[in-house]
Write a protein that binds this ligand. Structure first.
Ligand code: SAM
Length: 426
């Protein structure tokens, strides 16, 4: 993530002693919350939303037909998620579009979608949390097309289409966990948004609890979180269609010092987040494309990282081979293979089974990964190895060409058709 200039609580001189006063615990908590909120203000571009959604439509033109779509971290007057779904309401065949905004948003009102918050003197009113519910989009201005201009006119004419969202005894108005938002979630078929990154685990847990279909943006680092990985392993959640190695550009608040460039059309500051990707449980074509692979022998002959080797490296504490790029996965190896997280971008559940996540010590224990051991750690340190590794850890270790702890591996194996499925396929 690009670093935003950190908000600071300056220490104050106390009047009596003249000594500096440290921020109190509650000031520190407030600071942490403000920092987290700030980190969350990345606004998704229309094109990125369009590109992703269109990939699902290519796979299933009716993917959104008759569905209630809920964008629950989106100010309807600012969010491109609202704009995209409102503009394409009829094309997608939506039944309803529900959009809710959050009371705590530090930049609410800065957006440019509609002049809703414009006071007319260049200033904007900070809006309160609200829900906008659309159950149709029709040609309001009579120009022969039903588009976002019609939505704008409709919202001006129909004040009843928006409702204020109240805080409950735990959450501010519009918080995705608040009672009102959960009630809206219950009516939804598909949730689509870019939620606050700082609450990603809670956000996904709520979607899973309520058994919702979803398409959301998150950080690629979340893949190996203890709460997220089991969903990926069990094929309850997977990566979206946009290639996850490219990163995405987001609009960021005007007062940010660190950003990538200023968009020449909108004049808005843009930040690049190289570690962002889409997560979903909607099916799409890319995850069914088989990865074309060479045999182990051919990889050893032709692949860059394997040149000069007579065989793939094997872990010291687990019966599996190390494959440092998905391109070098051997097509004819039936055992377990350790691959980098980037493999998931190519993961086809018909071709591979996910066995484990090396970041999860408990999962490693369950599948039989041994500890690194005292001898390994000593010889690793003796050869200049650094890092706080203990002999009891269950991270994957390589002995050749010298002891090395291997970071972040996903353990996979080929799914081979059994004899009976092979017969059925004939
Ligand atoms: C990463 S921004 C994305 C905004 C918008 N979805 C988009 O993609 O352009 C996350 C948004 O969630 C809002 N937010 C933060 N905490 C929230 C919460 N607890 N419930 C609902 N929304 C929240 C933030 O104010 C922010 O507008």
């Amino acid at each position: 993530m690009p670093k935003a200039k950190p908000a600071t609580v300056k220490s104050k001189k106390t009047p009596r002693t003249g000594l500096r006063q440290m921020p109190t615990k509650s000031q520190n908590r407030g600071l942490a919350a403000a920092k987290a909120a700030k980190k969350d203000e990345f606004y998704t571009q229309y094109n990125d939303i369009q590109k992703e959604i269109e990939a699902y439509l290519e796979y299933d033109p009716d993917a959104f037909r008759g569905k209630v779509v809920y964008c629950n971290c989106d100010d309807p007057f600012e969010s491109n998620f609202f704009k995209y779904f409102a503009a394409n309401f009829n094309k997608l065949g939506l039944k309803k579009l529900v959009t809710t905004s959050y009371d705590g948003s530090p930049i609410a009102g800065q957006g440019t979608l509609f002049p809703e918050y414009n006071q007319g003197n260049g200033k904007r009113v900070k809006p309160k949390a609200l829900a906008v519910i659309l159950d149709h989009v029709k040609d309001e201005d009579g120009d022969g097309a039903a588009n976002v201009t019609d939505v704008e006119i409709f919202l001006k004419r129909n004040k009843a289409a928006r409702t204020a969202l109240k805080a409950d005894n735990r959450y501010p108005g519009g918080d995705f966990r608040s009672a009102e938002c959960v009630a809206l979630l219950n009516q939804a078929d598909i949730v689509v948004t870019n939620p606050p990154f700082s609450l990603f685990k809670d956000y996904v847990a709520q979607l899973v609890k309520h058994k919702k279909k979803f398409l959301i943006i998150g950080n690629t680092n979340a893949i190996t979180y203890l709460e997220i990985f089991p969903l990926i392993k069990d094929n309850k959640m997977w990566l979206g269609c946009t290639n996850f190695n490219v990163g995405m550009f987001f609009e960021v608040p005007d007062d940010w010092d660190q950003f990538h460039h200023i968009d020449s059309d909108t004049g808005k500051k843009m930040a690049r987040v190289s570690t962002s990707c889409w997560y979903t449980n909607l099916d799409h074509g890319r995850r069914h494309e088989p990865l074309n692979l060479m045999s182990a022998a051919d990889n050893l002959k032709f692949s860059k990282n394997l040149k000069g080797k007579s065989k793939y490296d094997r872990y010291k504490n687990f019966d599996a081979i190390e494959v440092s790029t998905y391109k070098e996965i051997p097509s004819d190896f039936d055992g377990i293979m350790g691959v980098p997280v980037t493999f998931l971008d190519k993961y086809n559940p018909d071709q591979f089974e996910i066995v484990g996540n090396s970041d999860d010590g408990e999962m490693m224990r369950q599948i039989g990964v041994g500890t690194l051991g005292r001898e390994f750690i000593s010889s690793y340190r003796a050869r200049g190895g650094t890092g706080h590794y203990s002999p009891g850890m269950r991270m994957l270790g390589l002995l050749e060409p010298q002891p090395r702890v291997i970071f972040k591996r996903i353990l996979i194996r080929h799914r081979r058709p059994t004899q009976s499925t092979r017969k059925k396929q004939k």
